[in-house]
Design a protein around this ligand. Structure first.
Ligand code: PLP
Length: 408
């Protein structure tokens, strides 16, 4: 293109500039967003797009929720960071509120989801040696096939996604993989060295894979029976997305360790945490784990407001209500360019018929119609609209998807 090419949009130019100087560890859609509110994003040319991804559920409360923005602005003017060497005045409220939301004694705040998963792994191992009495360096953790728990070297070591793990070894030992949803296989894998079962109650990155009814209850019972910690990675599934506060709530199950992230930061700042009772989290002593930014004043202020918003139950209810529309409309697409759908709350995995195109191609066509969504594992599209989306906007977005998969 040349300087006189008047058809080139600002979005195209900015996209090219961003791609030119960025490591290509992502393959973004060619849109450059400048502003967003609620469920709508506006690009640098002023075009509007309906957001059906919500930052992989980090934006459960939508873009720029007034309460969250107000909290962040107010906190920025007062205090942002002390490090954990000193206590700040936002800390007590955040940990107490989050602990209460989870029904647990203690909170350990970190920043990203992967760090929270790492924290759960460290705590489970230390608990295994100090409380359960597993011989030194023998601890094992059971994980599930198709998992996604983050991107650190330890975590990708127990992923079975070749893209995620190839050429990043050698990997940390101590993980046993069993098929997701197979309770018998999980029970058979537990032995005297097992300190924890780490699973997602619904696999998000895997394509919104919902385990068979009774699986989570079975995992809970197996863990209790064998003195093994149940660590539930609720980073993507939790905090209102599925119509309940936690995805584990659908089976009335309480894990020993909640692993939280994404929406905990309200789409404003990265906030993650693990939440557990004193007999588990109490194994950590000063110097054994930490993070410079974990639990900073801005994060705690925003996180407190997130917990306040969840405590009303309004967002969970909203997700449950809109689930009906999402389910009906998606099920009507099965056989019309869609092979299968899985829906829980305001969250769906949509398997696209390869005859229609790849997931990526469908997302590009959706973008041309003003809808932003993201494919996962080639042929699945994950829909996770902000929980504040209006029924009309959701219906319109689903109209666009129906048209694209029908080949319009
Ligand atoms: C996103 C995600 C993570 C990793 O979170 P980051 O903040 O990207 O490190 C871990 N587990 C699950 C289930 C996730 O969806």
């Amino acid at each position: 293109m040349t300087m006189t090419d008047t058809t080139t949009s600002t979005s195209d130019v900015e996209f090219g500039r961003a791609e030119a100087r960025t490591a290509h560890n992502y393959h973004p859609l060619p849109v450059v967003v400048a502003h967003a509110e609620g469920a709508w994003m506006t690009d640098v040319d002023g075009s509007r797009f309906l957001d059906l991804l919500a930052g992989y559920s980090a934006l459960n409360f939508g873009h720029s929720h007034p309460r969250l923005i107000e909290t962040a602005h107010a906190q920025l003017d007062k205090l942002t960071l002390t490090s954990r060497a000193f206590v700040h005045d936002q800390f007590a409220d955040f940990t107490a509120k989050l602990g209460d939301l989870c029904g647990k004694d203690l909170v350990l705040p970190m920043n990203t989801g992967a760090e929270a998963v790492e924290t759960a792994i460290k705590v489970a191992r230390k608990w295994g040696y100090q409380v359960k009495g597993v011989p030194a360096d023998q601890a094992t953790i059971i994980v599930a096939s198709g998992n996604f728990h983050g991107r650190t070297t330890t975590i990708v070591g127990f992923s079975d996604d070749e893209d995620a793990r190839a050429d990043f070894g050698p990997f940390a030992p101590g993980f046993t993989t069993v098929p997701y949803g197979d309770l018998e296989a999980l029970e058979a894998a537990i032995d005297a060295t097992t300190v924890a079962v780490l699973i997602e109650p619904i696999q998000g990155e895997g394509g919104v894979v919902i385990p068979p009814e009774g699986y989570l209850r079975g995992v809970r019972e197996a863990c209790t029976r064998s003195n093994v910690l149940f660590a539930a990675d609720e980073i993507q599934a939790g905090l209102g997305r599925t119509g309940t506060t936690f995805a584990c709530d659908h089976e009335g199950v309480v894990p020993d360790i909640y692993v939280l992230g994404k929406a905990l930061g309200g789409g404003v700042v990265p906030v993650s945490a693990i939440v557990a009772d004193r007999d588990v989290l109490g194994v950590l002593k000063p110097g054994q784990h930490g993070s410079t930014f974990g639990g900073n004043a801005l994060a705690c202020a925003v996180g407190s407001t997130v917990v306040d918003m969840l405590a009303t139950g309004d967002f969970q209810r909203r997700a449950a209500e809109l689930s009906t529309l999402l389910t009906e409309r998606l099920e009507a697409m099965v056989g019309h360019g869609v092979l299968a759908v899985r829906v829980r709350g305001l969250w769906a995995g949509v398997d696209i018929d390869p005859a229609v195109g790849t997931g990526r191609e469908v997302c590009e066509k959706l973008m041309a119609r003003g809808v932003l969504a993201k494919d996962t594992h080639g042929s699945t599209i994950r829909l996770a609209p902000p929980l504040v989306i209006s029924e009309e906007d959701l219906a319109w977005g689903l109209d666009q998807l129906a048209a694209v998969v029908a080949g319009d």
